[in-house]
Design a protein. Structure first.
Length: 158
């Protein structure tokens, strides 16, 4: 199985979270691929029949609940090139700041909504990190990812 981590970030925090997850979960999967969202579109989810993959969206929030500029082309392609994504299994790490109220973790939540709309299968609830806590997200996100990934793999017939 392959873990494909798609990173949308402004300050590189989401990139650091992706790297922590890759390091802590590398022993659970065959490969981990971290890709910045810059320049990507919906084709990133095209299925390779031989590839057993899980996509992990690791996204910060920009402005008032928006996706980062570098992730916008991928996000916009959900509407510009819509197609059924029932073959896609995914999870979301959303980074934000609770002081923004209703737009808290909006970047990751927006990706989740679009993927749901196109039929992709979310494996676990969106994991949200609040920057207001002062706690760095890397360790907690890696622990969260490792937990659900281990549980999912234990339930998968070998």
């Amino acid at each position: 199985m392959k873990l494909k981590i798609l990173v949308g970030t402004v300050t590189q925090t989401a990139q650091g979270v992706a790297q922590a997850i890759a390091w802590h979960c590398a022993d659970l999967v065959d490969t981990v691929d971290i890709q910045p969202m810059e320049g990507l579109d919906l084709r990133v989810f095209d299925a390779n029949p031989e590839e057993d993959a899980i996509h992990l969206i690791c996204c910060s929030t920009h402005g008032s609940g928006d996706v980062p500029d570098g992730a916008f082309a991928l996000y916009a392609s959900f509407d510009a090139q819509p197609r059924y994504l029932g073959h896609v299994r995914y999870a979301v790490v959303a980074l934000g700041d609770r002081s923004y109220g209703d737009t808290f973790c909006g970047g990751g939540r927006r990706f989740d909504e679009k993927l749901q709309d196109l039929g992709a299968r979310r494996l676990v609830d969106v994991w949200c990190h609040d920057a207001c806590t002062g706690e760095p997200p890397e360790a907690a996100a890696a622990e969260w990812c490792r937990g659900w990934l281990q549980a999912m793999l234990a339930d998968t017939p070998g």
